[in-house]
Design a binder for this molecule. Structure first.
Ligand code: MN
Length: 187
């Protein structure tokens, strides 16, 4: 999986940003994979949702943040993978740098990949590639199942929805129901 952090590195000047420089990878971190939601007070305030998958953090910008009501959907734009070290990064990215503004942890915890296809578990890396991933989050604010569903791929953009679901079965039903013409909830 080498090379997946190229874009992360290319966009940043580590002499200027306090963000972590990717460390040596592939050391096989022990324990449950982690997720983080960071509140990012950038030019446009948003939340960043990241899941530890493989040896990077798969990342999405969720402009309005994750929903807490079952069935609610939020737009999630896939961003470049971030290094694992980013999971507990907090700080201020200086003016003029990529993503300038304050980053702070909004929620953090472990998660479990519970994606299935025809009663078989799907590894998180495949689920991500296939554009349909179901996770159970075990954070302080966020508990329970969320489905991530890719809805649109264009030149340089992947649009996904982050859907709050009641349980695993519900995740599948919701994703199927909303496949095609997916929109985030208004309001
Ligand atoms: Mn951000």
């Amino acid at each position: 999986m080498s090379g997946r952090l190229d874009q992360y590195v290319a966009r940043r000047d580590f002499d200027r940003t306090p963000e972590p420089k990717p460390g040596p990878r592939g050391s096989g971190r022990k324990g449950n994979p982690r997720f983080v939601v960071q509140e990012h007070d950038a030019r446009r305030h948003h939340f960043d949702f990241r899941l530890e998958i493989g040896d990077v953090l798969a990342s999405w910008v969720v402009p309005r943040g994750p929903a807490s009501e079952s069935g609610d959907r939020r737009l999630a734009l896939r961003m470049e993978d971030h290094p694992l070290e980013y999971v507990d990064f907090e700080g201020e990215i200086p003016e003029g740098e990529y993503g300038a503004g304050k980053v702070k942890t909004w929620d953090i915890g472990a998660f479990e990949n519970i994606t299935t296809a025809g009663n078989q578990s799907v590894p998180a890396t495949s689920a991500l590639d296939e554009g349909y991933l179901v996770v159970r989050l075990k954070g302080k604010k966020l508990h329970g199942c969320y489905a991530l569903q890719r809805t649109e791929v264009s030149d340089n953009e992947e649009r996904w929805l982050l859907i709050r679901t009641r349980d695993e079965g519900d995740s599948k039903a919701i994703a199927a129901r909303h496949a095609g013409g997916l929109r985030e909830d208004a309001g």
